[in-house]
Design a protein. Sequence first.
Length: 1239
Amino acid sequence: MRSSSLVFPVLLGAVFGVLTASLSKALRYQAPDECKWMAVTSAGEEEVSSATEPDQEVALICHLRTINSELENTNFSVIQAQYTVRLRIMCADMLYFHSALTPGSLQTLTDLKDLSIEFCKVANLTAGAFKGLRQLRNLTLRTHNNDWSPVSLEIYTGVFTEELGLLERLDLSINNLWRLPDGIFCPLHSLQFLNLTRNRLRDLTSLRYGSSSTQRCGVNLRTLDLSNNSIETLPAGVLSKLSRLQELHLQSNIINFIADHALDGLTSLTYLDLGHNKLVNLPPEIFSDTRELKELHLQNNSINVLAPGLFNGLSNLLVLDLSDNELTHEWVNAATFAGLLRLVILSISGNNLAKLDSSLFRDLYSLQILRLEDNSIEFISDNTFVSLNNLHTLSLSNNKLTRIDSNTLAGLYGLSILSLDGNTIQYIDPEALRNSTNLQELHLNSNKLYDIPAVLSDVPHLKTLDLGDNLITEVLNTSFTNMRELVGLRLIENNLTNITKGVFDKMPSLRILNLSSNKLQRVEPGTFDENKNLLAIRLDGNYLTEINGLFGKLPNLVWLNISENLLQWFDYAHIPTGLQWLDIHSNQITELGNYFEIESQLHLTTFDASNNKLSEITGSAIPDSVEILNLSNNLIGKVQSYTFFKKPNLTRVDLIGNQIKILTQNSLRISTIPEGKQLPEFYIGGNPFQCDCTMQWLQQYQAELQERNKPRLMDLDSVVCKLLYNRVSTYVLLKEATPDQFLCQYESNCFPFCHCCDFDACDCEMTCPNNCTCYRDVSWTANVVDCSSAGYITNLPDRIPMDSTQLYLDGNDIREVGSHSFIGRKKLQVLYLNSSNVEIIHNRTFNGLKDLELLRLDDNKLEELHGFEFEGLESLRELYLQHNRITAIHNMTFVGLVELRILRLDHNRLVKYSVWQLSSQLTQISLGVNPWSCDCEYTERFKEYLLYSVSAVVDVNSIRCYNGSEYDPGLSILKDNITCVQEIIGNFIEPPTNGSYTSTTIIQRQEIQDYIPLLVATLAVFFTVIILTCLLFMYRQEMRVWFHSKFGVRLFYRTSDIELDDRDKLFDAFVSYSAKDEAFVAEELAPMLENGDPSYKLCLHYREFPVGGFLADTIVEAVESSKRTIMVLSENFIKSEWCRFEFKSAHHQVLRDRRKRLIVIVLGEVPQKDLDPDIRLYLKTNTYLQWGDKLFWEKLKFALPDVPNNQRPKSNHLHSNRPPVHHHVHRNHNNPRSVAIHI
């Protein structure tokens, strides 16, 4: 029983122990809304964790709008007090609402050790704000009130009590504090770090850290930061109780006075910064108690006096900064630095020192860095630096030194960096650096040296030498005899004119060479051959005319700048293949040569060839590796197709400011960019683009997201182009041009379906009349004929193109326009006959112009309109008849113009015309400056019409009637009250033959109402049949192509004997092309035909031909083995392959009797003048396709033979059944490019 009674409590305890442990393990820390928590490690670092371990300390980060403001109340009691040792609160900086820390609001957070509050606009800290935070070690409150200048933080007495006795760090910076209560920090006995920077404090006495205070304040303070305040004075003993203070920051105040014993009591001070104040001098005994001082910063003041012995006793001083003051050599003497035996860094730069005495640095044995730049030093005594054996950096830049004598730098055995730049040194003694043999950096730039100083022979370990901006005129082979370790040499902005071979031979370690901005006219070839380690060379800003033989043997060269020279030619063979950055801008280069076709071997990533005289760019002129290409401000007028193809790394191309007028779609074609990689950016603005018929594609350009083979045109919206023909403006934004403005000029054109071009009277032949200019768009929808001021007298031009849409005949002398003058011009929409002295318009003059919308007959000599002039112009919208001599208009003249919206009749001689009969659809009417009748009844009706149509009549104020007297000013029909008078005809109405005056006769005519419906219907059907028949005949070829592409059916086709013979041919087609067009054939033509549906077997010229075979026999056999021959005709083809005798003769021999099997593909623009008679004959007698045609692929497949059952396997290369012509290819079959024949 006793044993059993003991077992039960043990089991019960074990169960509860396990349960408690499992519950504690599963316990999760719950952060309030807008907060997140992180676990604090034993090392004090914060890390993300999903659950807390037992006794795990937590850091809580909260992002709030405000704390206890008018927007919201903040309840800190929702925070789990247990384990929360750190709390960081970040308020919304953009909100201008006050926050508040109410007394006791944080008292529940009893375990809190670290509290940080940022950006919360707390205006007041009252007693009890931090009540209950007994464990607090670190407190940061930064309101950033400086950003809201009217807001400042006010701290009241009792905020920091002895309850915060464990507080070690207090940060109250950036609060816009103006004052502090007396002794506010005295209860904080453990405080070691106090930061009050970036406030507006003026007085330090309120801190009670001075001898006048009876309180025990700041006894443990180690760091006090009062920088960036408004402190003006340091009273005596103001910080005397801070005996343990080590760092004191007082920089960036406005201190102008320091009392004699201001730093008394600071016996532990090691760092003092008084820089950026307004000090003029320092008390002699200021540093009497700060014997432990190691760093003293007094820079950027106005100190002009240093009391003798000021720094005596500072034997531990390591850093002394006196830069940017007003010290002169009278106050900087041997006694100034006496006793500073441990001083390592001394800066006296930016003062007014004029000379350095030999005893100045006598005691500074430990000095390592001495900065004396930006003074006015003219003279340095001999042996001034003789005691500075440990000095490794000496800066004497920007002084007034004129010479360096043999003992000026004596004793500097450890010197590694010497800066003498910015002086006027003309002479350096050859022995000046005899003690500084370990010198590694020497800066002699911006002086007056005329030659390379001989002193360089004493510094064999020199790694950097700067001789730039001097007056050096030549470099000899003996100038750099002992500099095998030199890495960087700078000779910029001298007067060098010539560099001979051997000058740099004894610098095998040279990596960076700068010879820019000299007057170099020649650098001898091979000058850099011995400098195999060169990485970067600058030769820009010289007068070089060639660079051949300079860089070819520099395998490590990656950076080269030869811009702003006089180079006239360039070839990639001039540079090493490993070069990555090349700048040749601002030369006179006319061509980017690539004689050896090494574009695929180059590694260029950045290439700047801007501001040259390049006129054309091709694919071979651009390295395949290039990423950033700048070709701006050249004379480029042509960008060849596929120039940027197979340049997979392109990110940016700049073509701004060239002479490009025309761009084809393939000019900007790039290789397909994989998903996830950005399309390259192209810039094409600032070019004189022509908005001709070949450029409309650019207006509709979009970088296809699916195809991803077009770049992004970043400045397309701002591209301006020149209209080839426009009467309103010459230049427009490309995006704003209308489709009918993209025109091309033509002289004569015969459409493929036209069979009468060899005869004189051929309506389908478009021939521009004499003395006229004609334009058309790409689809011939717009056809503009401009015969303005062409000198036509009496008659109209002959053979005006039938498809004209705009015809300009103004400015001629056409007195009479006969009947049916424009018959057949059914597409005409705009007709100008103004200013042509037209007197008579015959009946049915404009017959057939059913689509005419604008007719100008103004500024002529028309006197009467009889009513028949405008019959049939049912689409006319604008009619201009102003400035004629019209006296009478028949009432039926405008009746048939149902679409008329603008009518101008002003400046004529109309007296009476029933204007109220005009169509109510008119939107703009001009009737002014006519001698209208003042007849009572007439003017009354006229006035009613004007009132009704006042919005349409644009010149209502100039419509006046006249009573016939010579000086009658007339009366406004609309505004004046016209008295009824007899009808009087003005002086400008000519009297009839009987001598009596009459009014203008208005002829009335009955409208014809009797139409014959049956006749109209019959005519309509007849004309419909005729039109359909004509359309079928005209577009018969297009229909055959369409039926073949959609259904595989060849309409009106009979199998010929030739095709029966072709059934046993091995290949469907033999493709003959130029090696320079291989990108088009290999990437576009061959994949589409070999991998498409149906699949064709192709024999490619440069892919299938054997190496070393006889070219003529090979071509003959390839054609004989193929059902069709495809010739890719391009400018490259004409200038290369076709120029070879054996190539040309082979094609002649085979194609003489096989023309029906030849298919010609024209790639790009091929000038007619470059075509020889043989090719012209082929083009006339065989299938002729233009790359880029909308139906290109359909037409090509129609011209090719049919593939039986479409069952041929798709393959890029043929692996079996090759004809004998390919016997020698099998060993190279996996690499077909290796057997290509390049011309």
